[in-house]
Design a protein around this ligand. Structure first.
Ligand code: ADP
Ligand code: MG
Ligand code: MG
Length: 477
């Protein structure tokens, strides 16, 4: 099975750039290695899976509503702004747009809401909601297909049925949403631009998405698209280009009518797979690029408001009593969201600080960062809190505290660089969501497939790209 799985991954593009090959992050087709994956799908209760899917359109709507409330975003992040220079720069762009009275008529969100199933309480609890650069819509579909293929051959032997692995059309649905946003923009000459990092080992995940905007797919679960948007799939109109922030600064122009051109070509949709981390902005050039894009009429995925609405601080503010009510009317929807909120606190709550110093192992401390590897766990939580107390500065505003979730631990086979490891692991389920509206008209508000990530239970963090986790799929029980 290990051998077959490795062959399948290589033949079907379940690959990433190999970190040992120098050009693997810049030149496609050079230095590829299979993406880290779990050999078998992870069991997951069907009822919790359905619950996660049902939450998606509600979160999509919530992000849109929150994004329109300038004052809420600025106020909730005002203390953070003082101590976190990255969030502060994002807020500056946000304020500028407010001063300009900038209207985003076409709004596109490609989100991923991540959950863990708390073993003791059997509650599905949200880890975070990603509104920028939600990764692996491409590779997650391939892991689903890999697992189905393995179970088709070995399922009888293992007592597993491939039909219990739900379909995963993340890549076609995200491609549909991008293509539909392009159509709403209504300039046939304009392109879709992927904003990328200068080096990207996860480029194939992104290439799957751009390819899905112009081609048909061989796999069953990829084939949703032509039925829903035949007009898009009969033509090959949607061209994508890939640019770094520095290139956009050098080649970008804002025309008087608001059109953004890059290298002389008009841009309809800007899809960010970079720009979420301070390291993406090594100089003023990158910030200029972010600003010019925001000022333009192009559809931004995400806009600065959508980006800010996905910060951990906003997640924590939304979990406070009576805040959801400010944005949503439907009481059932509010109750559903609240049910998946874990304990979340800001650090100006002295009771919680005291508790976290006494029992740091049941908390996670999080800064306003994305991409994995930034959180604080265990004894480091205690030490950091004591240091912040002693210093008495406002640096505490950079963090939030969160209840630590403890999912079920199970033995798993993890595949990394051609080697199969057996270890105890826990999983995190991500559900993709797409939201597209043009003025008052909601064009898409959908659940769009999923991503299961499995990591060794002794590791705190869960990022695949950051090297802590493997890609997985789900086996419904
Ligand atoms: P990022 O935006 O960097 O992905 P996350 O909030 O997703 O930040 O945290 C990174 C990882 O840390 C998660 O994938 C998960 O493995 C772990 N983690 C985060 N919050 C919790 C929590 N409350 N309980 C347990 N693990 C958590
Ligand atoms: Mg994140
Ligand atoms: Mg995360």
């Amino acid at each position: 099975m290990v051998y077959d799985a490795l062959v399948w991954s290589s033949l079907h593009g379940l690959v990433v750039g190999d970190r040992t090959v120098k050009r693997a992050g810049t030149v496609p087709g050079v230095g590829m290695v299979h993406a880290p994956f779990a050999l078998l799908p992870m069991s997951f209760p069907e009822s919790h899976w359905q619950q996660a899917c049902e939450l998606t359109p509600i979160f999509n709507e919530l992000v849109d509503r929150v994004s329109l409330d300038w004052k809420f975003l600025q106020e909730a992040l005002s203390r953070t702004k003082k101590v976190d220079s990255f969030t502060s720069r994002l807020l500056d762009i946000h304020s500028k747009m407010q001063e300009m009275n900038k209207k985003e008529e076409i709004r596109l969100g490609l989100h991923r809401s991540d959950y863990m199933l708390d073993e003791q309480t059997k509650l599905l609890l949200q880890i975070e909601l990603n509104t920028i650069s939600s990764s692996f819509p491409g590779l997650s579909c391939l892991v689903t297909e890999l697992h189905r293929s393995l179970l088709n051959h070995y399922g009888k032997h293992l007592g597993l049925d491939s039909k219990r692995i739900p379909g995963n059309s993340a890549v076609t649905q995200f491609a549909e949403a991008l293509a539909q946003a392009w159509k709403e923009y209504n300039n046939p000459r304009a392109l879709v631009m992927f904003v990328v990092q200068t080096e990207e080992r996860n480029m194939y995940d992104q290439h799957w998405l751009s390819t899905a905007m112009k081609e048909r797919y061989p796999f069953e679960s990829f084939q949703r698209a032509p039925m829903f948007f035949p007009q898009l799939y009969n033509t090959h109109d949607v061209t994508t280009i890939r640019k770094t922030l520095a290139e956009i600064d050098a080649e970008g122009k804002l025309l008087p009518d608001g059109t953004l051109t890059v290298g002389g070509q008009p841009v309809a949709v800007i899809y960010f797979r970079a720009g979420y981390a301070p390291t993406d902005y090594p100089s003023e050039s990158e910030w200029r690029a972010r600003l010019i894009m925001e000022q333009s009429s192009a559809v931004k995925c995400p806009s600065i408001s959508y980006h800010l609405a996905g910060t951990k601080k906003i997640q924590q503010e939304l979990a406070k009593p009576n805040v959801l009510e400010r944005f949503l009317e439907n009481k059932d929807d509010i109750a559903k969201l609240r049910k998946c909120f874990a304990g979340l606190w800001s650090l100006d709550d002295s009771n919680i600080i005291k508790e976290a110093i006494e029992r740091p192992e049941v908390f996670v401390m999080k800064p306003q960062r994305e991409g994995g590897g930034n959180n604080i766990y265990g004894d480091d939580v205690r030490e950091t809190l004591l240091r912040l107390q002693k210093e008495g500065t406002e640096e505490d505003a950079a963090y939030i505290l969160m209840q630590r979730i403890f999912p079920n631990v199970s033995p798993t086979f993890l595949m990394r660089e051609g080697i199969c490891y057996k270890d105890h692991a826990i999983s995190e389920l991500g559900i993709y969501g797409a939201y597209l509206r043009n003025k008052e008209k909601v064009i898409i508000n959908d659940q769009c497939g999923h991503l299961m990530r499995t990591k060794v239970s002794s590791s705190n963090e869960g990022g695949v790209a950051a090297g802590f986790a493997v890609l997985d799929s789900i086996y419904l029980t």
